[in-house]
Design a binder for this molecule. Structure first.
Ligand SMILES: O=C(O)C1=C[C@@H](OP(=O)(O)O)[C@@H](O)[C@H](O)C1
Ligand SMILES: C=C(OP(=O)(O)O)C(=O)O
Length: 429
Protein backbone atom coordinates (compact mmCIF):
# COMPACT_ATOMS: atom_id res chain seq x y z
CA UNK A 1 0.00 0.00 0.00
CA UNK A 2 1.49 3.32 -1.05
CA UNK A 3 1.20 6.06 1.52
CA UNK A 4 0.97 9.73 0.73
CA UNK A 5 3.81 11.90 1.88
CA UNK A 6 2.57 13.32 5.17
CA UNK A 7 2.71 17.13 5.23
CA UNK A 8 3.68 18.98 8.36
CA UNK A 9 0.46 20.55 9.55
CA UNK A 10 1.65 23.78 11.23
CA UNK A 11 2.34 26.59 8.77
CA UNK A 12 5.96 27.80 8.92
CA UNK A 13 6.48 31.50 9.47
CA UNK A 14 9.35 32.27 7.13
CA UNK A 15 12.06 34.14 9.04
CA UNK A 16 12.69 37.72 7.90
CA UNK A 17 16.33 38.76 7.49
CA UNK A 18 16.88 41.74 9.76
CA UNK A 19 20.00 42.66 7.79
CA UNK A 20 22.47 41.23 5.31
CA UNK A 21 22.93 37.46 5.63
CA UNK A 22 26.54 36.33 6.10
CA UNK A 23 27.00 32.58 6.31
CA UNK A 24 28.77 29.47 5.16
CA UNK A 25 26.32 26.71 4.35
CA UNK A 26 27.32 23.08 3.85
CA UNK A 27 24.93 21.53 1.35
CA UNK A 28 24.32 17.76 1.18
CA UNK A 29 24.94 15.57 -1.87
CA UNK A 30 23.32 15.88 -5.26
CA UNK A 31 20.01 14.08 -5.73
CA UNK A 32 20.69 13.52 -9.42
CA UNK A 33 24.17 12.06 -8.86
CA UNK A 34 23.08 9.93 -5.87
CA UNK A 35 20.17 8.33 -7.70
CA UNK A 36 22.18 7.66 -10.86
CA UNK A 37 24.97 6.18 -8.75
CA UNK A 38 22.50 3.89 -6.96
CA UNK A 39 21.15 2.54 -10.25
CA UNK A 40 24.59 2.05 -11.75
CA UNK A 41 25.83 0.35 -8.55
CA UNK A 42 22.84 -2.00 -8.65
CA UNK A 43 23.90 -3.08 -12.14
CA UNK A 44 27.68 -3.03 -11.58
CA UNK A 45 29.84 -6.14 -11.73
CA UNK A 46 30.95 -5.87 -8.08
CA UNK A 47 30.02 -3.99 -4.89
CA UNK A 48 30.23 -0.18 -4.90
CA UNK A 49 30.75 2.57 -2.32
CA UNK A 50 28.87 5.83 -2.44
CA UNK A 51 30.32 8.46 -0.11
CA UNK A 52 28.40 11.50 1.13
CA UNK A 53 25.23 10.41 -0.68
CA UNK A 54 22.14 12.58 -0.33
CA UNK A 55 19.80 11.12 2.28
CA UNK A 56 16.35 12.45 1.53
CA UNK A 57 12.95 11.16 0.52
CA UNK A 58 13.88 10.80 -3.18
CA UNK A 59 17.15 8.97 -2.54
CA UNK A 60 15.75 6.80 0.26
CA UNK A 61 12.92 5.78 -2.08
CA UNK A 62 15.45 4.83 -4.75
CA UNK A 63 17.49 2.77 -2.28
CA UNK A 64 14.38 1.08 -0.92
CA UNK A 65 13.13 0.25 -4.41
CA UNK A 66 16.45 -1.34 -5.31
CA UNK A 67 16.44 -3.34 -2.09
CA UNK A 68 12.98 -4.71 -2.88
CA UNK A 69 14.24 -6.07 -6.21
CA UNK A 70 17.26 -7.80 -4.70
CA UNK A 71 20.08 -5.25 -4.26
CA UNK A 72 21.84 -5.11 -0.86
CA UNK A 73 22.36 -1.57 0.42
CA UNK A 74 23.82 -0.93 3.85
CA UNK A 75 25.17 2.12 5.60
CA UNK A 76 28.82 2.38 6.60
CA UNK A 77 30.26 4.15 9.65
CA UNK A 78 30.66 7.48 7.91
CA UNK A 79 27.22 7.48 6.34
CA UNK A 80 28.47 6.00 3.08
CA UNK A 81 26.27 3.56 1.20
CA UNK A 82 27.68 0.10 0.43
CA UNK A 83 25.84 -1.40 -2.51
CA UNK A 84 26.05 -5.07 -3.44
CA UNK A 85 24.33 -6.08 -6.67
CA UNK A 86 22.17 -9.19 -6.55
CA UNK A 87 19.95 -11.18 -8.84
CA UNK A 88 17.15 -8.77 -9.77
CA UNK A 89 13.78 -10.36 -9.14
CA UNK A 90 10.10 -9.83 -8.38
CA UNK A 91 7.47 -9.98 -7.17
CA UNK A 92 8.07 -6.53 -5.75
CA UNK A 93 6.36 -3.19 -5.43
CA UNK A 94 8.22 0.05 -6.04
CA UNK A 95 7.01 3.22 -4.33
CA UNK A 96 8.10 6.13 -6.53
CA UNK A 97 6.78 8.75 -4.10
CA UNK A 98 7.03 11.93 -6.15
CA UNK A 99 10.55 11.21 -7.39
CA UNK A 100 10.90 11.62 -11.15
CA UNK A 101 14.18 9.74 -10.98
CA UNK A 102 12.59 6.65 -9.42
CA UNK A 103 9.60 6.86 -11.75
CA UNK A 104 11.70 7.13 -14.93
CA UNK A 105 14.97 5.32 -14.05
CA UNK A 106 13.57 2.10 -12.60
CA UNK A 107 11.14 0.71 -15.22
CA UNK A 108 14.05 -0.09 -17.61
CA UNK A 109 15.92 -1.79 -14.75
CA UNK A 110 12.75 -3.71 -13.84
CA UNK A 111 12.73 -5.17 -17.37
CA UNK A 112 16.04 -6.83 -16.47
CA UNK A 113 14.53 -8.53 -13.43
CA UNK A 114 12.71 -11.84 -13.29
CA UNK A 115 9.08 -11.63 -12.18
CA UNK A 116 6.50 -8.91 -11.77
CA UNK A 117 7.48 -5.49 -10.49
CA UNK A 118 4.58 -3.17 -9.69
CA UNK A 119 5.03 0.62 -9.57
CA UNK A 120 2.95 3.25 -7.79
CA UNK A 121 3.52 6.56 -6.04
CA UNK A 122 1.98 9.77 -4.74
CA UNK A 123 -1.25 10.95 -6.41
CA UNK A 124 0.67 13.66 -8.28
CA UNK A 125 3.21 11.11 -9.52
CA UNK A 126 0.32 9.42 -11.36
CA UNK A 127 -0.05 12.61 -13.40
CA UNK A 128 3.62 13.09 -14.24
CA UNK A 129 4.57 12.26 -17.85
CA UNK A 130 5.80 8.69 -18.35
CA UNK A 131 4.02 7.07 -21.32
CA UNK A 132 6.94 7.40 -23.77
CA UNK A 133 9.22 5.42 -21.45
CA UNK A 134 6.79 2.52 -21.16
CA UNK A 135 6.06 2.53 -24.89
CA UNK A 136 9.80 2.63 -25.55
CA UNK A 137 10.37 -0.38 -23.30
CA UNK A 138 7.69 -2.35 -25.16
CA UNK A 139 9.38 -1.50 -28.45
CA UNK A 140 12.65 -2.79 -27.00
CA UNK A 141 11.06 -6.14 -26.13
CA UNK A 142 9.76 -5.53 -22.60
CA UNK A 143 6.34 -6.46 -21.22
CA UNK A 144 4.57 -3.65 -19.40
CA UNK A 145 0.99 -3.67 -18.09
CA UNK A 146 -0.41 -0.12 -18.10
CA UNK A 147 0.52 3.21 -19.62
CA UNK A 148 1.05 5.36 -16.55
CA UNK A 149 1.23 4.91 -12.79
CA UNK A 150 0.18 2.44 -11.43
CA UNK A 151 1.69 -0.05 -13.87
CA UNK A 152 3.66 -3.30 -13.74
CA UNK A 153 6.70 -4.62 -15.56
CA UNK A 154 6.76 -8.36 -16.23
CA UNK A 155 10.43 -9.16 -16.48
CA UNK A 156 12.08 -12.27 -17.82
CA UNK A 157 15.56 -11.33 -16.64
CA UNK A 158 16.44 -10.26 -20.15
CA UNK A 159 15.67 -7.37 -22.51
CA UNK A 160 16.60 -7.54 -26.23
CA UNK A 161 17.06 -3.76 -26.53
CA UNK A 162 18.12 -2.28 -29.90
CA UNK A 163 16.88 0.87 -31.59
CA UNK A 164 13.91 2.99 -30.51
CA UNK A 165 12.49 6.45 -31.13
CA UNK A 166 10.68 8.29 -28.35
CA UNK A 167 9.41 11.79 -27.68
CA UNK A 168 11.36 13.03 -24.65
CA UNK A 169 10.17 16.64 -24.82
CA UNK A 170 8.32 16.22 -21.50
CA UNK A 171 11.40 15.11 -19.54
CA UNK A 172 15.08 14.41 -20.06
CA UNK A 173 14.66 11.61 -17.51
CA UNK A 174 13.03 9.47 -20.24
CA UNK A 175 16.42 9.36 -22.00
CA UNK A 176 18.53 9.08 -18.83
CA UNK A 177 16.42 6.18 -17.53
CA UNK A 178 16.86 4.13 -20.69
CA UNK A 179 20.58 4.89 -20.92
CA UNK A 180 21.35 3.86 -17.33
CA UNK A 181 20.15 0.27 -17.76
CA UNK A 182 21.11 -0.04 -21.43
CA UNK A 183 24.56 -1.62 -20.87
CA UNK A 184 22.66 -4.75 -19.77
CA UNK A 185 20.27 -4.84 -22.73
CA UNK A 186 21.21 -7.81 -24.95
CA UNK A 187 21.81 -5.61 -28.02
CA UNK A 188 22.57 -2.39 -26.20
CA UNK A 189 20.48 0.65 -27.09
CA UNK A 190 20.17 3.39 -29.63
CA UNK A 191 17.54 5.88 -28.57
CA UNK A 192 16.44 8.70 -30.88
CA UNK A 193 14.40 11.64 -29.74
CA UNK A 194 11.70 13.04 -32.03
CA UNK A 195 9.59 15.99 -30.96
CA UNK A 196 10.08 19.44 -29.41
CA UNK A 197 13.51 20.00 -27.86
CA UNK A 198 14.52 17.76 -24.94
CA UNK A 199 14.65 19.86 -21.75
CA UNK A 200 17.33 19.64 -19.06
CA UNK A 201 20.07 18.33 -21.37
CA UNK A 202 22.82 18.79 -18.74
CA UNK A 203 21.10 15.96 -16.86
CA UNK A 204 21.52 13.68 -19.89
CA UNK A 205 25.18 14.77 -20.08
CA UNK A 206 25.50 13.75 -16.40
CA UNK A 207 24.10 10.30 -17.24
CA UNK A 208 26.46 9.90 -20.18
CA UNK A 209 29.47 11.04 -18.13
CA UNK A 210 28.69 8.67 -15.26
CA UNK A 211 28.24 5.73 -17.63
CA UNK A 212 31.56 6.48 -19.36
CA UNK A 213 33.37 6.90 -16.04
CA UNK A 214 32.35 3.35 -15.21
CA UNK A 215 33.48 1.69 -18.39
CA UNK A 216 30.42 2.01 -20.62
CA UNK A 217 30.80 3.15 -24.21
CA UNK A 218 28.27 5.85 -25.13
CA UNK A 219 27.97 7.58 -28.49
CA UNK A 220 26.27 10.97 -28.20
CA UNK A 221 27.95 12.51 -31.23
CA UNK A 222 24.66 13.01 -33.11
CA UNK A 223 22.04 15.46 -31.82
CA UNK A 224 18.97 13.78 -30.34
CA UNK A 225 20.53 10.32 -30.51
CA UNK A 226 22.33 8.25 -27.90
CA UNK A 227 23.87 4.77 -28.28
CA UNK A 228 25.08 2.51 -25.50
CA UNK A 229 27.03 -0.68 -26.21
CA UNK A 230 26.32 -3.77 -24.15
CA UNK A 231 28.92 -3.90 -21.43
CA UNK A 232 29.87 -4.57 -17.87
CA UNK A 233 29.56 -1.62 -15.50
CA UNK A 234 32.62 -1.09 -13.31
CA UNK A 235 31.89 -0.77 -9.57
CA UNK A 236 31.64 2.79 -8.25
CA UNK A 237 33.74 4.43 -5.57
CA UNK A 238 32.28 7.89 -5.63
CA UNK A 239 32.09 10.94 -3.40
CA UNK A 240 28.92 12.80 -4.28
CA UNK A 241 29.21 16.54 -5.04
CA UNK A 242 26.97 18.92 -3.08
CA UNK A 243 23.58 19.46 -4.70
CA UNK A 244 24.01 22.77 -6.50
CA UNK A 245 20.29 23.24 -7.17
CA UNK A 246 19.65 22.78 -3.45
CA UNK A 247 22.42 25.31 -2.78
CA UNK A 248 20.57 27.86 -4.91
CA UNK A 249 18.13 29.14 -2.23
CA UNK A 250 21.03 29.76 0.18
CA UNK A 251 22.94 31.70 -2.47
CA UNK A 252 19.71 33.56 -3.20
CA UNK A 253 19.61 34.60 0.48
CA UNK A 254 22.85 36.52 -0.06
CA UNK A 255 21.51 37.98 -3.30
CA UNK A 256 18.27 39.34 -1.84
CA UNK A 257 19.75 40.74 1.39
CA UNK A 258 22.97 42.25 0.04
CA UNK A 259 24.84 39.71 2.16
CA UNK A 260 27.40 37.07 1.43
CA UNK A 261 26.98 33.27 1.44
CA UNK A 262 29.63 30.63 0.80
CA UNK A 263 28.85 27.06 -0.24
CA UNK A 264 31.94 24.89 0.34
CA UNK A 265 32.99 22.07 -2.04
CA UNK A 266 31.46 23.80 -5.08
CA UNK A 267 32.97 21.76 -7.94
CA UNK A 268 35.28 23.48 -10.43
CA UNK A 269 33.71 21.40 -13.21
CA UNK A 270 30.39 19.59 -13.09
CA UNK A 271 27.45 18.41 -15.16
CA UNK A 272 24.99 19.58 -12.48
CA UNK A 273 22.37 21.99 -13.80
CA UNK A 274 22.63 24.00 -10.58
CA UNK A 275 26.02 25.34 -11.64
CA UNK A 276 24.08 27.68 -13.94
CA UNK A 277 23.20 29.72 -10.81
CA UNK A 278 26.63 31.33 -11.18
CA UNK A 279 25.74 32.95 -14.49
CA UNK A 280 22.20 33.79 -13.40
CA UNK A 281 23.25 35.53 -10.18
CA UNK A 282 25.97 37.45 -12.00
CA UNK A 283 23.39 38.73 -14.49
CA UNK A 284 21.18 39.81 -11.61
CA UNK A 285 24.03 41.93 -10.22
CA UNK A 286 25.65 39.66 -7.61
CA UNK A 287 29.41 39.20 -7.30
CA UNK A 288 30.79 35.69 -7.29
CA UNK A 289 34.10 34.16 -6.26
CA UNK A 290 34.91 30.50 -6.79
CA UNK A 291 38.02 29.45 -4.85
CA UNK A 292 39.28 26.87 -2.31
CA UNK A 293 36.64 28.07 0.17
CA UNK A 294 33.87 27.21 -2.27
CA UNK A 295 31.48 29.50 -4.12
CA UNK A 296 30.85 32.85 -2.44
CA UNK A 297 27.99 35.02 -3.61
CA UNK A 298 27.72 38.64 -2.52
CA UNK A 299 24.45 40.36 -3.21
CA UNK A 300 23.98 43.80 -4.78
CA UNK A 301 22.02 46.69 -3.27
CA UNK A 302 19.24 45.99 -5.76
CA UNK A 303 18.74 42.94 -7.99
CA UNK A 304 18.49 43.54 -11.75
CA UNK A 305 15.73 41.89 -13.78
CA UNK A 306 16.69 39.19 -16.28
CA UNK A 307 15.53 37.63 -19.51
CA UNK A 308 16.53 33.96 -19.25
CA UNK A 309 16.01 30.77 -21.21
CA UNK A 310 15.87 28.13 -18.46
CA UNK A 311 15.10 25.19 -20.78
CA UNK A 312 18.31 23.40 -19.76
CA UNK A 313 18.04 24.20 -16.06
CA UNK A 314 14.32 24.18 -15.33
CA UNK A 315 14.76 22.91 -11.78
CA UNK A 316 16.19 26.34 -10.92
CA UNK A 317 13.06 28.16 -12.07
CA UNK A 318 11.23 28.47 -8.71
CA UNK A 319 14.35 29.96 -7.10
CA UNK A 320 14.91 32.32 -10.01
CA UNK A 321 11.24 33.33 -9.98
CA UNK A 322 11.54 34.30 -6.30
CA UNK A 323 14.63 36.38 -7.12
CA UNK A 324 12.84 38.01 -10.05
CA UNK A 325 9.91 38.97 -7.83
CA UNK A 326 12.37 40.89 -5.64
CA UNK A 327 14.23 42.53 -8.55
CA UNK A 328 13.59 46.00 -9.92
CA UNK A 329 11.78 45.71 -13.27
CA UNK A 330 10.35 42.97 -15.42
CA UNK A 331 12.00 39.57 -15.76
CA UNK A 332 11.20 36.99 -18.38
CA UNK A 333 11.74 33.26 -17.76
CA UNK A 334 11.45 31.25 -20.99
CA UNK A 335 11.77 27.69 -22.31
CA UNK A 336 10.12 26.03 -19.31
CA UNK A 337 6.74 24.75 -20.51
CA UNK A 338 7.83 21.30 -19.26
CA UNK A 339 7.64 22.59 -15.67
CA UNK A 340 3.90 21.98 -15.91
CA UNK A 341 4.75 18.28 -15.44
CA UNK A 342 7.08 18.69 -12.46
CA UNK A 343 6.20 18.09 -8.78
CA UNK A 344 3.32 20.44 -9.41
CA UNK A 345 2.45 22.62 -12.39
CA UNK A 346 5.19 25.05 -11.40
CA UNK A 347 4.17 27.81 -13.81
CA UNK A 348 0.62 27.92 -12.48
CA UNK A 349 1.80 27.57 -8.88
CA UNK A 350 4.32 30.42 -9.18
CA UNK A 351 1.82 32.65 -10.95
CA UNK A 352 -0.80 32.01 -8.28
CA UNK A 353 1.42 32.28 -5.23
CA UNK A 354 3.47 35.28 -6.36
CA UNK A 355 0.26 36.96 -7.50
CA UNK A 356 -1.30 36.42 -4.06
CA UNK A 357 1.60 38.35 -2.47
CA UNK A 358 1.05 41.31 -4.80
CA UNK A 359 3.47 40.45 -7.58
CA UNK A 360 2.54 41.12 -11.21
CA UNK A 361 2.95 37.77 -12.96
CA UNK A 362 1.85 36.60 -16.40
CA UNK A 363 2.00 32.97 -17.42
CA UNK A 364 3.12 32.63 -21.05
CA UNK A 365 3.08 29.60 -23.29
CA UNK A 366 6.57 28.62 -22.17
CA UNK A 367 7.29 30.56 -19.01
CA UNK A 368 6.59 33.55 -16.81
CA UNK A 369 6.81 37.35 -16.92
CA UNK A 370 7.45 38.67 -13.43
CA UNK A 371 7.49 42.33 -12.49
CA UNK A 372 9.26 43.10 -9.21
CA UNK A 373 6.94 44.93 -6.83
CA UNK A 374 6.55 45.70 -3.13
CA UNK A 375 5.14 42.42 -1.76
CA UNK A 376 2.97 41.77 1.26
CA UNK A 377 2.74 38.75 3.56
CA UNK A 378 0.30 35.90 3.17
CA UNK A 379 0.08 32.15 2.95
CA UNK A 380 2.49 30.56 0.46
CA UNK A 381 1.28 27.18 -0.78
CA UNK A 382 3.98 24.68 -1.65
CA UNK A 383 1.87 22.03 -3.46
CA UNK A 384 4.08 19.19 -2.15
CA UNK A 385 6.89 20.78 -4.17
CA UNK A 386 10.21 21.18 -2.36
CA UNK A 387 11.31 24.00 -4.66
CA UNK A 388 8.05 25.92 -4.21
CA UNK A 389 8.61 25.68 -0.44
CA UNK A 390 12.17 27.01 -0.65
CA UNK A 391 11.05 29.78 -3.02
CA UNK A 392 8.63 30.86 -0.26
CA UNK A 393 11.49 30.93 2.23
CA UNK A 394 13.56 33.21 -0.05
CA UNK A 395 10.68 35.68 -0.38
CA UNK A 396 10.08 35.55 3.36
CA UNK A 397 13.54 36.99 3.96
CA UNK A 398 12.22 40.31 2.64
CA UNK A 399 8.45 39.94 3.13
CA UNK A 400 7.18 39.93 6.74
CA UNK A 401 4.34 37.61 7.76
CA UNK A 402 4.82 35.11 4.96
CA UNK A 403 3.93 31.56 6.03
CA UNK A 404 4.79 28.45 4.02
CA UNK A 405 2.01 25.90 4.42
CA UNK A 406 4.17 22.76 4.21
CA UNK A 407 7.87 23.40 4.74
CA UNK A 408 8.32 19.67 5.51
CA UNK A 409 7.91 18.95 1.82
CA UNK A 410 11.54 20.08 1.43
CA UNK A 411 12.42 16.58 2.72
CA UNK A 412 12.06 15.41 -0.89
CA UNK A 413 15.66 16.50 -1.41
CA UNK A 414 16.70 18.56 1.65
CA UNK A 415 15.39 17.13 4.93
CA UNK A 416 17.24 19.64 7.16
CA UNK A 417 16.06 22.70 5.29
CA UNK A 418 14.21 24.56 8.10
CA UNK A 419 17.17 24.22 10.51
CA UNK A 420 19.73 25.04 7.85
CA UNK A 421 17.77 28.16 6.98
CA UNK A 422 17.46 29.32 10.60
CA UNK A 423 21.14 28.61 11.28
CA UNK A 424 22.11 30.60 8.22
CA UNK A 425 20.13 33.55 9.58
CA UNK A 426 21.91 33.29 12.92
CA UNK A 427 24.74 35.15 11.24
CA UNK A 428 22.82 38.19 10.04
CA UNK A 429 24.59 41.52 10.54
O1 LIG B 1 17.69 13.43 -14.28
C1 LIG B 1 17.60 14.16 -13.30
O2 LIG B 1 18.23 13.93 -12.25
C2 LIG B 1 16.72 15.34 -13.38
C3 LIG B 1 16.33 15.82 -14.61
C4 LIG B 1 15.46 17.01 -14.76
O3 LIG B 1 14.17 16.54 -15.07
P1 LIG B 1 13.29 17.08 -16.34
O4 LIG B 1 14.05 16.78 -17.57
O5 LIG B 1 12.02 16.31 -16.21
O6 LIG B 1 13.14 18.56 -16.12
C5 LIG B 1 15.42 17.84 -13.49
O7 LIG B 1 14.46 18.85 -13.60
C6 LIG B 1 15.18 16.97 -12.29
O8 LIG B 1 15.13 17.75 -11.12
C7 LIG B 1 16.31 15.98 -12.12
C1 LIG C 1 11.86 18.27 -11.13
C2 LIG C 1 12.45 17.86 -10.00
O1 LIG C 1 12.45 16.60 -9.51
P1 LIG C 1 12.19 15.16 -10.13
O2 LIG C 1 13.51 14.44 -10.04
O3 LIG C 1 11.16 14.55 -9.24
O4 LIG C 1 11.71 15.33 -11.53
C3 LIG C 1 13.17 18.82 -9.13
O5 LIG C 1 13.84 18.36 -8.19
O6 LIG C 1 13.09 20.05 -9.35
Amino acid sequence: MIRDHCPMTAPWLAPVARGAVHATVEVAGSKSITNRALVLSALASEPSVLRAPLRSRDTDLMAEALRTVGVRISEGEDGEWLITPGLLRGPATVDCGLAGTVLRFLPPLACLAEGEIAFDGDPRARERPLGAVLEGLRALGGTVKGDSLPFAVLGSGYLPGGEVTIDASASSQFISGLLLSAPHFENGLTVHHEGAAVPSLPHVAMTVEMLREHGVEVDDSQPNSWSVSPSRIRPLDLTVEPDLSNAAPFLAAAAVTGGSVTVPRWPAATTQAGDAMRGILTRMGAELVLDEAGLTVTGPQQLSPVDLDLHDVGELAPTVAALAALAEGESRLRGIAHLRGHETDRLAALRRELGALGSEVTETEDGLLIRGRELHGGKWHSYADHRMATAGAILGLRVPELTVDDIATTSKTLPDFPDMWTNMLGTVR
